[in-house]
Write a protein of this length. Structure first.
Length: 194
């Protein structure tokens, strides 16, 4: 009986946190970058495309089976995924959406409309134990190389306050093209070009 009550308390607490996240006020500035300069990076990590078969490799970091199912769904929707492995261990993920496509819902980013010759890199993250090895710029370099014959424009958006990510994309040859303010109130997001 005590276990059942604890589970109910935990679920109720999680619901309250979710409601708080929906209704709380937040404001941030995001920077949109476009790839302009070809740069090649080498890394000790092995970079390979995500497939249905290896999508679960990220579970060592994410741990949540729901996330792995989300990755598989992203693949089925046409997204391209890239994993990096260091010493045969999963250490990085990056995802790419290729146009034409309308992207309505993002974690905290404005919606995007991609034309047929555009791609958008998103959802990139390196495990803390593998940061500083140049893996993220090498993965971006691989993505750019793989897409150069398919698209003319490759974009990425970064939170203005995320200096490590900004340095990574700039190192990989991306330049800032615009900034947007994202304000969230009562579960509704508003966007304004700066």
């Amino acid at each position: 009986m005590i276990t059942v009550l604890k589970n109910i308390q935990k679920k109720l607490f999680n619901k309250l946190i979710s409601l708080y996240q929906i209704f709380k006020y937040s404001s941030k500035v995001v920077i949109q970058y476009e790839h302009k300069t070809n740069k090649t990076f080498s890394t000790e990590a092995v970079i390979c495309p995500v497939t249905i078969e290896n999508a679960g490799d990220a579970s060592v970091y994410n741990g949540d089976r729901f996330i792995i199912e989300k990755y598989k769904k992203m693949l089925l929707q046409g997204d391209l995924g890239y994993y990096a492995y260091l010493d045969n261990k999963w250490v990085h993920r990056s995802w790419v959406k290729v146009g034409p496509k309308r992207i309505e819902k993002w974690y905290h980013l404005p919606p995007q409309t991609l034309k047929a010759d555009e791609a958008y890199c998103h959802f990139g993250e390196t495990a803390p134990s593998a940061r500083g090895y140049g893996i993220a710029p090498a993965v971006l370099s691989r993505i750019i190389s793989d897409l150069k014959s398919k698209v003319n424009h490759i974009y990425v958006m970064v939170d203005e306050n995320n200096l490590p990510s900004r340095k990574t994309v700039e190192k990989a040859g991306f330049i800032e093209i615009k900034r947007k303010k994202v304000v969230k109130m009562f579960g509704i997001q508003y966007y304004k070009d700066l």
